[in-house]
Design a protein around this ligand. Structure first.
Ligand code: ADP
Ligand code: MG
Length: 391
């Protein structure tokens, strides 16, 4: 998003805030959705991930209050202002979208931060439920606003931890730390190499346009209904693998020891597949980091393809729509492609030469039509900046 466009959006959100609440907001903040370049399902195994921020973001106009009241409104959801009392916030009591921002307030207060209330109006361009982390964008934009308005002095990674706690405990979704950290900490023109064990991070140059390449996101617009149960099963299977191998997390199995570890798993075929994905995926992240740092961006294509095969065959979380995007993109000249996010629907990413983008987009759209699938949404993902105050 250009500065001028960002300013127009911030202005519109502030204006709507004033209509709703009868006074101008104290400020306006923005926090992006994200795409994960590589490192899938590694975050709950203490492993490596490598997301970058999308230009799509949640924008929130916020004012502080002193009276223990939280008022919430979203431009993207039908209905009026929701009014909540801070002392009545309780985990897993709210099944609506308001659980995300309310959960952030709850998590801040639970951690001892003196947040005394707020008025919030927000609007988001992050597609919801497409695996692009619209939920983290919502959490992080509210957390950053409250951090500034109440002078809490928290750093990006600390806000991310609190947002994760909001989503785990208050919303009740067992998500890892990647999405919130990406939204809070990414920088334009970079991917974020994040070690989810100690949250150490490094900004890795990832400026595709400068090298004549593009990264496409293909939102399949499908969400298979069994995805939540399957996510839980994968998590439990990874924990079982770590326990059987006597380590705290699968992150502790070095790539060089993979064969020996697999042999020790005996007839636990399913656990063996999960372990193989996690250990090889961590190694793929490390390879991508070193290629990008040495300026060899095109060479990451085959690693993305390997990552997809591992998610499809070992972790078994792909679906016909995601496989069709990847297969079609590759036969149409893409440098690399993989599913991204939790799986069973959501989005795939495609790395391509700028000159091949139109042909790939056309081929994928036609393949979906021929297969009788809902038309996918294809857009370019420019590595963008993380959360910040915009007014
Ligand atoms: P993802 O994070 O992959 O987009 P989630 O299921 O984690 O998917 O989060 C989607 C939920 O976040 C929506 O169901 C809704 O409750 C909330 N949400 C996302 N965007 C908005 C928005 N603009 N306004 C209100 N709620 C939103
Ligand atoms: Mg989410």
């Amino acid at each position: 998003m250009s500065e001028a466009v960002a300013d127009t959006v911030a202005g519109a959100v502030a204006e709507r805030f004033t209509e709703l609440y009868g006074a101008e907001p104290h400020g306006v903040w923005a926090a992006p959705g994200r795409v994960n370049l590589i490192g899938e399902h590694t975050d709950y195994n203490d492993g490596f991930v490598m997301p970058f921020a999308l230009p799509h973001k949640a924008v929130a106009a916020v004012s502080r209050r002193e009276d223990g009241v939280l008022r919430l409104h979203s431009a993207d959801v039908e209905g009026g202002v929701t009014e909540l009392r801070l002392d009545a916030l309780s985990p897993e009591s709210d099944k609506n979208w308001t659980a995300y921002p309310a959960g952030v307030v709850w998590a801040l207060r639970e951690a001892g931060h003196a947040v005394t209330g707020a008025d919030v109006h927000l609007s988001s361009t992050v597609p919801s439920g497409a695996g692009l982390s619209s939920s983290a964008a919502l959490e992080v934009v509210v957390a950053l606003a409250l951090n500034d308005l109440f002078s809490l002095g928290l750093r990006g990674w600390q806000l991310a931890r609190l947002c994760q706690r909001a989503e785990n405990v208050y919303v009740g979704a067992p998500v890892g730390i990647m999405d919130q950290t990406a939204s809070a900490c990414c920088e334009a023109g970079h991917a974020l190499f994040l070690d989810t064990r100690d949250l150490s991070q490094r900004q890795i140059p990832f400026d595709l346009a400068a090298e004549g390449m593009r990264l496409l996101v293909v939102d399949t617009q499908v969400k298979h209904s069994h995805s939540e149960g399957e996510y839980g099963k994968r998590r439990a299977g990874c924990e079982k693998g770590a326990a059987l191998l006597g380590v705290d997390a699968l992150r502790d199995i070095p790539y060089a020891d993979l064969d020996a570890a697999l042999a020790r798993l005996g007839d636990e075929e399913e656990v063996r597949r999960l372990v193989r994905h996690i250990v090889t995926e961590n190694e793929r992240v490390e390879r991508v980091v070193s290629l990008l740092e040495s300026g060899d961006t095109r060479a990451i294509g085959p690693i993305l393809i390997e990552g997809h095969a591992s998610l499809r065959d070992d972790f078994r979380i792909s679906c016909p729509e995601l496989d069709l995007v990847v297969d079609t993109a590759l036969t149409s000249g893409a440098l690399g492609a993989r599913m991204t996010g939790g799986g069973f629907g959501g989005s795939a990413i495609v790395l391509a030469e700028e000159t091949d983008v139109d042909a790939i987009t056309k081929a994928v759209t036609e393949a979906f039509s021929a297969a009788g699938f809902t038309a996918p949404r294809v857009f370019e993902a420019v590595p963008s900046e993380g959360a910040r105050r915009v007014r």
